[in-house]
Design a protein around this ligand. Sequence first.
Ligand SMILES: Cc1cc2nc3c(=O)[nH]c(=O)nc-3n(C[C@H](O)[C@H](O)[C@H](O)COP(=O)(O)OP(=O)(O)OC[C@H]3O[C@@H](n4cnc5c(N)ncnc54)[C@H](O)[C@@H]3O)c2cc1C
Ligand code: FES
Ligand code: FES
Length: 492
Amino acid sequence: MDFDSKISFWLNDEKIELDKLNSDQTLLDFLRLEKTLRGTKEGCAEGDCGACTVLVGRLKKGKLRYQGVNACISFVASLHGTHIVTIEHLKSDQGQHPIQQAMVEHHGSQCGFCTPGFVMSLYAMWMENADPTTAEIEEALQGNLCRCTGYQPIVKAARNIAKFGSLEQDFLVKERQQNIDRLQALENNTPIAISQGDDQVFVPKTKAQLAELYAAHPDATLVAGATDVGLWVTKFMRPISPSIFLTALNDFDAVQEKDGQLIIDGGVTYTDLLPLIDEKLPQLSTYWRRIGGAQVRNMGTIGGNIANGSPIGDTPPPLIALGATITLQKGEETRQLPLEKFFIDYGKQDRAPGEFVAQIQVPLPKPEAHFATYKISKRRDEDISSVAAAFYLEMGGDKIGALRIAYGGMAGVPKRASHVEAALNGKLLTRDTFENALNAFDQDFTPLTDMRASATYRQQVAKNLLLRFYDQHFGEAESLDTLRQAALVEVN
Ligand SMILES: Cc1cc2nc3c(=O)[nH]c(=O)nc-3n(C[C@H](O)[C@H](O)[C@H](O)COP(=O)(O)OP(=O)(O)OC[C@H]3O[C@@H](n4cnc5c(N)ncnc54)[C@H](O)[C@@H]3O)c2cc1C
Ligand code: FES
Ligand code: FES
């Protein structure tokens, strides 16, 4: 394989070309230490607070889309072919950018440490939706924390951006064609390899190159969205070289619907899947929007969420309940297995060295089926699940027919509640049947106590979720979404 020897991207109005680079160099360090662009702040260095939010513009099929990401856990090696926009670049013909002006007028800032991150998240939202509702603003700001202003003034500022300028006059809109041209000039199919001392960085451009490189370097760290790997570096100082970055692949982010299934490439991000979730799997819409915050959803991939094998990853329970399978690839060889079989034990997956998660096949629910997902966490937004649950039920006449129940946070792996399923299968659909099945939970799960929840709490909540599923689908309980929507106050 022939390689290029430099990473190229645009930072604001400057073309960056790097032929020296370590696997673990973060964008935040690059901005603050090398480019002295210190408007982007470091709060938590673990993707939680949003103080480091910058925009990453990527070309997809000729279209340029800007998304907020956390610079603290983004690696420079993952930025090839992108346009990075930092707070320093914001401008308008009138001076302050309309979003900055709105923040000033509505007192959206006190100490100001979080403010650049909020402005960048609002900017990403505004470019997609110039007239957002309060609920949409809250969603756009899930990944930004403020310790002193309080969120109401910031939401007010966001509601009133239009008073300070129009999107048509925005500089990134006016300069869009120039930025597209700049990024198109960086596009090619030649993979990149950079070595510095012992450190080795690979940036393949196609899935075939990825397969060949990973088969040749099975000890390499695959880095997709880096929302897990980033923390290995910033929190645990773990070396990740040799590294293979998946973000410049031009054929690893497709989703197609075929024969009643969604076929999802391993590199698809949470955000990119969201429109299809809303359309084809609306029962997952709220759950999906509670994975991380906007920045984490813009970065994190489904392949990464599955491959890391976490017992509290949010995608496995619903995917298992839907009967998903995955395709693993090593070199040119592929194999498929049911997703639930991939998770063998805590920290152990059915994945050979050099094998990667190439695709996920997700059967869509039959129209008459009942499918539901629930996430229980300490905070509503930007928090990892204490317990996650997914239920899929088809009737067989007046009896319970096909049934799959999967939980996260209840064992060392995401796991089906097979004894509970057996206690329900073929039985009459009544609340008594569901209540009687609760005893089977002790055969399925012996959860742990940890900082997120006690074992007793987890066991109780898992049982309660089964009853909630019954009550909401076959009883009279209103969904929590409906109640929350009714309680939401519009801010003007
Ligand atoms: C602030 C914050 C909030 C979060 N909130 C949630 C949450 O609510 N719910 C949740 O489930 N997770 C959450 N996460 C975790 C994270 O977003 C997910 O696990 C994410 O999906 C990982 O995907 P990635 O692309 O970022 O993977 P990476 O971090 O790049 O990689 C993760 C692991 O998968 C491997 N890998 C990546 N892609 C592949 C592939 N295609 N084939 C084989 N191996 C691969 C990597 O080598 C690594 O071992 C959060 C993370 C942060 C930082
Ligand atoms: S510094 Fe907190 S998210 Fe990056
Ligand atoms: S203004 Fe101080 S942290 Fe938000």
